[in-house]
Design a protein around this ligand. Structure first.
Ligand code: NDP
Length: 450
C-alpha cells in the first residue's frame, strides 16, 4: 500500500535515527492494511499521518547535585502522544538507554494499549537517561525533585498522569509527588503508583505482572488449556517479573527462571520468591547472589549468552513471560523457545520481541499475547487509581483484582474477535493493533482536525 509506505518513509526523514520508534510504527501500520483497505475514510482524514506524530514532545534539562557536591546533568522527556480518548497516561522510565526513540516507541504503543483497556485514557510516556543504579536515596530524591521542577507545568489530573516504568517504582513516585505538591500547592491525583497511605490503589504494584498471567490464562482457555502444572520461563527481576512469578505460583504453575541486566537464574525447584524480593525489592542488588541461597540453581552470566540471544529462553518449558525490556526475545530465542516446547508467550514488557521473533512465533501459530494487550493490566489499574482519587475512595484489593481480571478478559476477547473479523483468528497482533487503532482513529475523526 503506497500510502503506508510513504508515511513511514516521511517519518524516517522527519524523525531521523529513531530505530525503536520505526520498529513499533512499522509493526502497527503493517497489520492495519486490511482495515485501511476496507475504510478509505481513514486515508481521507489523514489518520495514519496524524497518529504517528506525537501531539507534543517536551525535552528538558535536569540538573541535580550528587552526594559529592558535583552538579550532574541529565535529559528529561515527556511525550504526549495522543489525547483522543482521554488525558495522556503512561509511565516514566529512568534508565541510561533512554533517548527520544525509546520514549516515542513506548508512547506510540501506549496509545493503542490504553485504547484496548476500554478506559478513557490517552497515551503518553516519559523518562530520563538518569541511571538509578548505585545512587543513594538522597541522590534519587534530588534527581526526582529536579525532574518534577520542570515536568509539573505540563501535567495534571485531567491533563497528563504519569506512572512508573523501568527504574521508577514506589520510592521515585513518592519523591516526584512530593515535589509536584510543593510546586503547585495542590494535593491531587497527578501520578499513579502512589503509596497506599497517600492516594495509591491496592493492587497497582502487582497489576502488570498479574495481568500478564491473566492474559495468558485467557489465551490458554481459548485453546482448552490451563495454567496449573505448567513450567514457565520468566525474564526480568523487577516489578513486572516479580508479580508475574507470584501469580504463576498462585495459579499452580512453576516459574523456573528470572534474569537481570547481568545474568540469568535457572532453578528447576521453582524460583524462590522470597529470595527474589529480598535481592531485588529490598537490597536492589544483583541476582548473582541467588545461588548462594539456593545452591541447586544455576547462574548464567550475560557474557555467556548464546550468540544473538538470551539464556533465559533456552530452557525446556511450556509458557514464557518476557518481563524485562524491549527486544529481549530475538529470532534466535524464538527458535529455541519453539524447539523447547513453549506454546504460549505473554509479554509483560513492551515490544519484548524483535520483528524476526514475532514472525517465527506467528508462523508457528502458538498462543502469542503482544505487550500492548498482555501488559495493559498496569495502566488499567492506574486508571482505577485515578477513579479512586477523584471519588476520594479506596477500594479493597479484592474489588481491584476482580476488575483487573475482567479487564484482561475483555482485552483478550476484543483482540480475538477483531483477529477473527479480519480472517486471522490465531493472530492477536493483528487483533490488538486493529482494535486499538480503530477506537482512537474514530474518536479523532469525530473530534475534528487537530
Ligand atoms: P523494573 O525496573 O522494575 O525492572 C526491570 C527489569 O528488567 C530489571 O530486572 C532489569 O535488570 C531488567 N532490565 C532492564 N533493562 C534491561 C536491559 N537493557 N537488559 C537486560 N535487562 C534489563 O521495571 P518494570 O518491571 O516496571 O518494567 C519491565 C518491563 O515491563 C518494561 O518493558 C516496561 O516498559 C514494562 N511495563 C511495565 C509496567 C509497570 O507497571 N511497571 C506496565 C507495562 C509495561 P536490573 O535489575 O539489572 O536493572
Amino acid at each position: 500500500m503506497p500510502y503506508l509506505h510513504d508515511t513511514l518513509a516521511q517519518l524516517q526523514q522527519s524523525s531521523p535515527a529513531q530505530t525503536e520508534f520505526y520498529q513499533a510504527t512499522e509493526e502497527v501500520l503493517d497489520s492495519l492494511r486490511p482495515l485501511l483497505d476496507l475504510n478509505p475514510r481513514y486515508h481521507e482524514h489523514s489518520i495514519v499521518e496524524r497518529i504517528v506524530e506525537p501531539e507534543r514532545q517536551i525535552m528538558f534539562r535536569v540538573s541535580w547535585v550528587d552526594d559529592h557536591g558535583k552538579v550532574q546533568v541529565n535529559k528529561g522527556y515527556r511525550i504526549q502522544f495522543n489525547s483522543a480518548l482521554g488525558p495522556y497516561k503512561g509511565g516514566l522510565r529512568f534508565h541510561p538507554s533512554v533517548n527520544a526513540s525509546i520514549i516515542k516507541f513506548l508512547g506510540f504503543e501506549q496509545v493503542f494499549k490504553n485504547a484496548l483497556t476500554g478506559l478513557p485514557i490517552g497515551g503518553g510516556k516519559g523518562g530520563s537517561n538518569f541511571d538509578p543504579k548505585g545512587k543513594s536515596d538522597g541522590e534519587i530524591m534530588r534527581f526526582c525533585q529536579a525532574f518534577m521542577t520542570e515536568l509539573y507545568r505540563h501535567i495534571g489530573p485531567t491533563v497528563d498522569v504519569p506512572a512508573g516504568d523501568i527504574g521508577v517504582g514506589g520510592r521515585e513516585i513518592g519523591y516526584l509527588f512530593g515535589q509536584y505538591k510543593r510546586m503547585t500547592g495542590r494535593y491531587e491525583g497527578v501520578l499513579t503508583g502512589k503509596g497506599l497511605d497517600w492516594g495509591g490503589s491496592l493492587g497497582r504494584k502487582e497489576a502488570t505482572g498479574y495481568g500478564a498471567v491473566y492474559f495468558a490464562q485467557n489465551m490458554l482457555k481459548a485453546r482448552g488449556e490451563e495454567i496449573a502444572g505448567k513450567t514457565c520461563l520468566v525474564s526480568g527481576a523487577g516489578n513486572v517479573a516479580i508479580y508475574t512469578i507470584e501469580k504463576l505460583y498462585d495459579l499452580g504453575a512453576v516459574p523456573i527462571t528470572c534474569s537481570d541486566s547481568q545474568g540469568t537464574i535457572h532453578d528447576l525447584q521453582g524460583i524462590n520468591l522470597k529470595t527474589l524480593k529480598l535481592l531485588k525489592e529490598v537490597r536492589r542488588g544483583s541476582l548473582r547472589e541467588y545461588v548462594e541461597h539456593h545452591p541447586q540453581a544455576t547462574y548464567v552470566d550475560a557474557q555467556n549468552y548464546p550468540e544473538g540471544g538470551h539464556a533465559v529462553w533456552h530452557f525446556e518449558a511450556q509458557l514464557a513471560f518476557p518481563c524485562a525490556t524491549q527486544n529481549e526475545l530475538t529470532e534466535v530465542d524464538a527458535v529455541a523457545l519453539l524447539q523447547n516446547g513453549v506454546f504460549c508467550i505473554s509479554e509483560g514488557s513492551n515490544m519484548a520481541s524483535t520483528a524476526g521473533a514475532v514472525e517465527r512465533v506467528l508462523e508457528a501459530r502458538i498462543a502469542y499475547g503482544p505487550g500492548k494487550a498482555a501488559n495493559a493490566g498496569g495502566v488499567a489499574t492506574s486508571q482505577l487509581e485515578m477513579a479512586q482519587n477523584s471519588s476520594m475512595q479506596q477500594w479493597s484489593l479484592e474489588k481491584v483484582d476482580v476488575k483487573l481480571q475482567s479487564i484482561m478478559a475483555d482485552i483478550h476477547q476484543r483482540c480475538a474477535h477483531t483477529a477473527e473479523e479480519f480472517g486471522q483468528p490465531h493472530n492477536l497482533v493483528v487483533g490488538a493493533n486493529i482494535a486499538g487503532f480503530r477506537k482512537v482513529a474514530d474518536a479523532m475523526i469525530e473530534q475534528g482536525v487537530y
